[in-house]
Ligand binder design. Structure first.
Ligand code: GLN
Length: 555
């Protein structure tokens, strides 16, 4: 193992690595915990980057059904990742590069490629150590790319699962290699069973033992619970789980996830981590901007009611909102910026195929149709868009929501009977939305994974348009994830009928933004890209802000 990359020199202190693992059960907010730790360390003036390791065989998150896995978050350089990468970007207010995300599948893929390229010099390539070594190589590479003082690595899954054993092995190997530079944080859950009324620590003790059996020892335990962890239980956890009591952090359920970094600092989390890692702080915790944002998020008196119409909300008896998490957060950031209280309602597009249901849209100040794929719920979405256009309810369409907005316009304003998108009905006589030429070849060859038009691309905006006014710019960079586009053969006809294409790729071929002028509609804008992926608490997205503002004003 090469040691040079991480060795401290006189000028440059060694990079520190914090691994975050989960105990007891999933779904306790390990991603938000990791993001919040990163946030408070950044507030100490340190350069922090955050990574996620996902245990599944999928090479990236792009091929997974959102109802199984939640939102697919697209990084600037185009990798399709887990939604936690979005949390890191939001909490750190920074773009994460694709080296910061890996899955079991992608790690095995690299190792097998290297083996095929004879990079192992003819030796036996084995699961251990070669898989953990590739994990470690990537972690160090991420540290190098970010020139990070601290790298935070969240290990997906829960200790005790067969799936993440090799990642625990990577932690063990790194800790042996450089014990002073590696810290392990376990995020646990302390239930308070209603029948007992007392907070129980035993599941955490068991989880710690499982972690220890993999040769990994926790330096800090973050105790998630419905209520704060009292001193008595902190002491119990410390004694039975082998950590110092000051490294047992209480992490109760809070009103908002954005309160968490502030709550951590009440338990001196950043100072404790710096002590564990023998790392000097560059300044006292400075969370001024964050506090200001949190304060403003609670200031709003007037509400703005937004309906998000999607097809992925229903899952058995439960409603999933994780699928559109970046969209929901983007709405909130812009509402907060405008001192408004957002009230977001999830409407299932399948239900809105019944036109009688459309009247319920009158209760909302704005309607948003987010990205999506395939046929399910299309009729409902088209109905909603037509209703929003005719009733002059502010409408914001994202990706599929823009394509369907153009299709609705073609059907009802241009009166193109039997118009469709090639994604749904390739035999329709008017394919107003068509497949991008390079995508046609990929689909023919079944090259489906990671092959859409992905990541950041520039768009040129028409000055004076709704979009350009919102951005206060005429050139923007936005992230994409699509295979279809507005069919160039229909652009002139759509324009002649009154639809404006206010943003396009720099060569003018690909329509990036469609809108109606303000004289005709308070806000009717669709974008081919995903602005939600770049909306941040400390930097709300200008298009979302314009949409929310129009929604509030047209109340
Ligand atoms: N299904 C559409 C396409 O592939 C839209 C994708 C999306 O909304 N992300 O072009």
């Amino acid at each position: 193992m090469k040691k040079t990359a991480t060795k401290a020199t006189a000028k440059q202190p060694a990079t520190k690595y914090i691994f975050v693992v989960g105990g007891v059960m999933s779904g306790v907010g390990k991603g938000i915990t990791s993001s919040s730790i990163a946030c408070v360390l950044q507030a100490r003036g340190l350069k922090v980057t955050a990574m996620k390791i996902d245990p599944y065989i999928n090479v990236d998150a792009g091929t997974m059904n959102p109802t199984e896995h939640g939102e697919v978050f697209v990084l600037k350089d185009g990798l399709e990742t887990d939604q936690d990468m979005g949390n890191y970007e939001r909490f750190l207010n920074a773009d994460m590069p694709s080296i910061n995300y890996m899955t079991t599948g992608s790690v095995y893929q690299s190792v097998i490629e290297k083996e095929r390229n004879l990079e192992y010099g003819g030796r036996n390539v084995e699961v251990v150590p070669d898989i953990p070594l590739e994990v470690i190589r990537r972690i160090k590479q991420a540290a190098h790319v970010a020139a990070a003082d601290v790298v935070l690595i969240e290990v997906g899954g829960t200790v005790g699962e067969y799936q993440n054993v090799l990642f625990l092995e990577a932690i063990r190997m790194m800790k042996t290699e450089q014990p002073e530079n590696v810290a392990v944080v376990m995020v646990s859950y302390l239930p308070v069973p209603t029948a007992i009324g007392e907070m129980k620590t035993k599941p955490t003790q068991t989880a710690v033992r499982m972690l220890n059996s993999a040769g990994v020892f926790a330096d800090m335990i973050i105790c998630r619970s419905s209520v704060p962890v009292d001193q008595k239980r902190k002491e119990k956890v410390a004694t039975f789980c082998n950590v110092r009591v000051e490294n047992v952090i209480s992490s109760p359920d809070l009103q908002s996830i954005y309160d968490i970094p502030l709550n951590y600092e009440e338990d001196n989390l950043s100072s404790q981590l710096l002590t564990i890692l023998c790392l000097k702080s560059k300044k006292p915790t400075d969370l001024k901007a964050w506090k200001q944002f949190v304060k403003q998020s609670k200031n709003g008196v007037d509400t703005v009611k937004i309906a998000v119409v999607g097809k992925y909300f229903n899952s058995g008896d439960f409603v999933l909102s994780d699928v559109y998490i970046s969209v929901l957060e983007a709405i909130k950031f812009s509402a907060y910026k405008l001192n408004l209280k957002p009230e977001i309602t999830y409407l299932s597009s399948q239900d809105l195929a019944d036109r009688k249901q459309l009247k319920k849209l009158n209760a909302f100040d704005g309607i948003l149709v987010p990205g999506g794929f395939g046929t399910t719920g299309i009729e409902g979405k088209l109905n909603v868009i037509e209703y929003a256009r005719k009733q002059e309810i502010p409408y914001f369409g994202i990706c599929y929501g823009m394509q369907l907005m153009v299709l609705e316009f073609a059907k009802h304003v241009l009166r193109l009977k039997n118009a469709s998108t090639e994604e749904i009905d390739p035999t329709a006589s008017h394919l107003v939305i068509g497949i991008m030429p390079e995508q046609r070849e990929k689909i023919a060859k079944r090259e489906m994974g990671g092959s859409m038009r992905l990541g950041q691309y520039p768009a040129k905006l028409k000055s004076g348009s709704v979009a350009a006014k919102a951005y206060k710019a005429t050139e923007v960079l936005e992230r994409h994830r699509h295979r279809y586009e507005v069919n160039p053969d229909y652009i002139e006809r759509l324009k002649a009928a009154g639809l404006r294409f206010s943003g396009a790729s720099p060569d003018g071929t690909l329509m990036e933004i469609a809108e109606l002028p303000v004289e005709e509609h308070p806000f009717f804008v669709g974008v081919q890209f995903h602005p939600e992926l770049q909306a941040r608490p400390l930097a709300p997205h200008p298009l979302f802000t314009a949409f929310i503002k129009a929604a509030y004003e047209s109340k």
